[in-house]
Design a protein around this ligand. Structure first.
Ligand SMILES: Nc1ncnc2c1ncn2[C@@H]1O[C@H](COP(=O)(O)OP(=O)(O)OP(=O)(O)O)[C@@H](O)[C@H]1O
Ligand SMILES: [Mg+2]
Length: 384
């Protein structure tokens, strides 16, 4: 799994800029980084000065960096047929060729589209393709609702399970065929529980609040911290953006600086003991790779944010011995829930219905594969 870093805050405070800049920094440290944005206004693409889409795009000119702008309608369109197939026509899966209309009420729980968008984000986190996933969140209120969704998804699954259960009992009179949909739902429920443990563990998930030192910001960030805390998501720190530099030659700068200083002092007190980055208001437009590098230097400079990176997958190949070793990061995972399959060169590892594919440099003999689970890592050694 990847490490997940989220930047949240009020509208226009610099979340997209911060996400893009920090992603450039983690990528520059040699870590495969994906920035995910849920903003339909495509501001992440504007920030990089690149056209992005619903699938990860490699940011040209920056090694190890990809970005994706999720399109909630497309996410829904991709997932809805599967859900409809599995749930809206349950009699068919029971072997009864009879259509059952399921009302919108049974399927739709408020926030289901956001749950699906969250699922979109987490599939990248769960795949072993990226070391770091940075999520440029929507303005605070919306984000918090988004983050409370594991609970909401849970209620939705329970409701679907009850519905399936009733049907299964009813239809067992007609058919003896095993119902696999219940298994799929059970597995999805376990996945949601796993994700919740992952989000609550600050070793893997970091939430940073982005704010500007002005009226209400201190109070709002305190409230956001409390709400996130109630969801079990710890706040790692804050990025204080748009700080007006001291400049005696400019009276506007001087008075703005004085006003901000008071709020800045309160923010420092509020975030004491946490990470805090202070970023100046630049006199140039912050758009494009070169400008984002300037911002990244400030956010990640000495005494500012300290982001720990880690590889989600490490491969070693000893060509002389014909030995391939891969180490995959699976935190908060029960060993019994991991399934390993080998076909030709490809190792496929499945956890709660999400499969990661790892290619070996040679076709692997399934009889010569050894796997063990240790310190949150799955180790697989394969021979030719
Ligand atoms: N430190 C800075 N100095 C100068 N301009 C900045 C700075 N930080 C951000 N900006 C500019 O401010 C604008 C808003 O920033 P950004 O889009 O990152 O905010 P946001 O929080 O993502 O907004 P939204 O809530 O609309 O998504 C952008 O035009 C960005 O280039
Ligand atoms: Mg934004």
């Amino acid at each position: 799994m990847s490490k997940l870093i989220l930047f949240g805050g009020k509208g226009g405070v610099g979340k997209t800029t911060t996400s893009a800049a920090v992603a450039m920094w983690t990528a520059s440290q040699g870590f495969n980084t994906l920035v995910v944005s849920s903003d339909p206004a495509h501001s992440l693409g504007d920030s990089f000065g690149r056209q992005l889409g619903h699938a990860p795009t490699l940011i040209e000119g920056v090694a190890n960096l990809w970005a994706v702008e999720m399109d909630p309608r497309q996410t829904m369109a991709e997932l809805a047929p599967k859900l409809t197939e599995a749930l809206a026509n349950p009699l068919k899966t029971l072997g009864v060729e009879e259509e059952l209309e399921m009302s919108g009420d049974d399927m739709m729980v408020p926030g289901l589209d956001e749950a699906l968008a969250f699922d979109f984000l987490l599939r990248y986190v769960e795949s072993q393709e990226y070391d770091i996933i940075i999520f440029d969140t929507a303005p605070t209120g919306h984000t918090l609702r988004f983050l409370s969704l594991p609970g909401l998804t849970d209620r939705w699954i329970s409701r679907m399970m009850r519905f399936r259960d009733q049907l299964t009992r009813l239809k067992s009179l007609f058919s003896k065929k095993k119902d696999s949909t219940m298994e799929v739902l059970e597995q999805f429920k376990r996945r949601v529980e796993h994700i919740r443990r992952f989000l609550a563990n600050e070793q893997f998930t970091s939430f940073y609040i982005v704010l500007i030192p002005e009226l209400l910001a201190v109070e709002e960030s305190r409230r956001a911290r409390a709400i996130l805390g109630s969801y079990g998501i710890p706040v790692k720190g804050a990025v204080v953006n748009n700080i007006v530099p001291e400049n005696d030659a400019c009276s506007l700068c001087r008075s703005r600086h004085e006003i901000q200083s008071r709020y800045l002092a309160a923010i420092r007190e509020n975030f004491a003991g946490l990470q805090l980055a202070e970023v100046p208001l630049f006199d140039r437009e912050i758009q494009g790779i070169a400008a984002l590098r300037l911002v990244a230097d400030k956010i990640m400079g000495e005494g500012q944010l300290a982001i720990e990176c880690r590889k989600s997958m490490e491969k070693e190949y000893d060509s002389a011995g014909g030995l391939f070793h891969v180490r995959l990061f699976y935190p908060e995972t029960q060993k019994a829930d991991l399934q390993l399959k080998i076909k030709g060169k490809v190792l496929s590892i499945t956890l709660y219905g999400v499969t990661s594919l790892v290619e070996a440099p040679f076709p692997v003999d399934p009889k010569k594969v050894k796997a063990h689970f240790e310190d949150d890592h799955l180790h697989v050694t394969a021979r030719q």
